[in-house]
Design a protein around this ligand. Structure first.
Ligand SMILES: C[S@@+](CC[C@H](N)C(=O)[O-])C[C@H]1O[C@@H](n2cnc3c(N)ncnc32)[C@H](O)[C@@H]1O
Length: 220
């Protein structure tokens, strides 16, 4: 990453309440370099400039920390090129971070990045989210997704994998609150409640983002 992209990432993270160490910044720079290199061969992302990667992938992913302050066992469903799970793993290197995607080449890329960055508690699994319940039933403190599916589909997939008092977070854009409201009846059937809708502008771009924070009704 060039200096401008590094500065944007540092300052963007600070605006989200995250102070990155120089070691963490170095890991983000390595991740960006591999993302750009691999993107020439396999289609991982349409976001390709260093500036865009810093803002639209890294800072955007770090906005998850507004809800997930302290780490814990985290699952990212439909993680693609590793978002938001790899930024989370860089920030919380001692937290178990599991990444799942149905497309194998994306998982091979993520495993490569995990090894390169020394993320010992990170694992990337090639599977469909629906197939994980046997292996990880009730396991995760946090099940998250970004740009994955509609809220009820995501929650339906996340529930069997969630610890009894765990939290589900859908990372959404401007229309997040409206989608959360229209999902109410479907969530009711699943026994899930919306605990909070966090809305905020992304640093620099001002683009609207929202975190839909949910959990089991009987757990709160
Ligand atoms: C639009 S991409 C978003 C990737 C990443 N979360 C991001 O924000 O950059 C959605 C990803 O979900 C994956 N996916 C779709 N359905 C899935 C399923 N049932 N189980 C696992 N992965 C799935 C796709 O392969 C794709 O990589």
């Amino acid at each position: 990453m060039d200096q401008e992209a590094k500065d944007l990432l540092m300052r963007g993270a600070t605006q989200l309440g995250v102070e990155l160490t120089s070691a963490q910044l170095g890991k983000f720079a390595l991740f960006a370099a591999e993302l750009r290199k691999w993107n020439h061969k396999i289609n991982l992302t349409a976001i390709t400039t260093e500036r865009e990667i810093a803002l639209k992938h890294f800072v955007d992913s770090l906005s998850l920390c507004r809800a997930v302050g302290k780490g814990g066992r985290l699952l990212d469903l439909g993680s693609g090129g590793g978002f938001p799970v790899i930024p989370f793993a860089i920030l919380h290197p001692k937290s178990e971070a599991v990444s799942v995607d149905a497309v194998e080449k994306k998982i091979i890329f993520q495993r490569h990045v995990g090894r390169l960055l020394g993320l010992s508690y990170f694992q990337a699994i090639h599977a469909r989210g629906e197939e994980l319940a046997g292996r990880f039933a009730g396991h995760f403190d946090w099940v998250v997704s970004r740009a994955f599916s509609d809220i009820p589909t995501f929650v339906h997939m996340a529930l069997p994998l969630l610890a009894p008092s765990g939290t589900i977070i859908a990372m959404k854009g401007q229309a997040g609150r409206e989608e959360a409201e229209t999902s109410g009846p479907a969530l009711e059937i699943l026994g899930v409640e919306i605990r909070q809708v966090m809305e905020f502008p992304l640093p620099f771009s001002g683009d609207k983002r929202s975190l839909i924070v949910m959990g089991r009704k009987n757990a709160s």
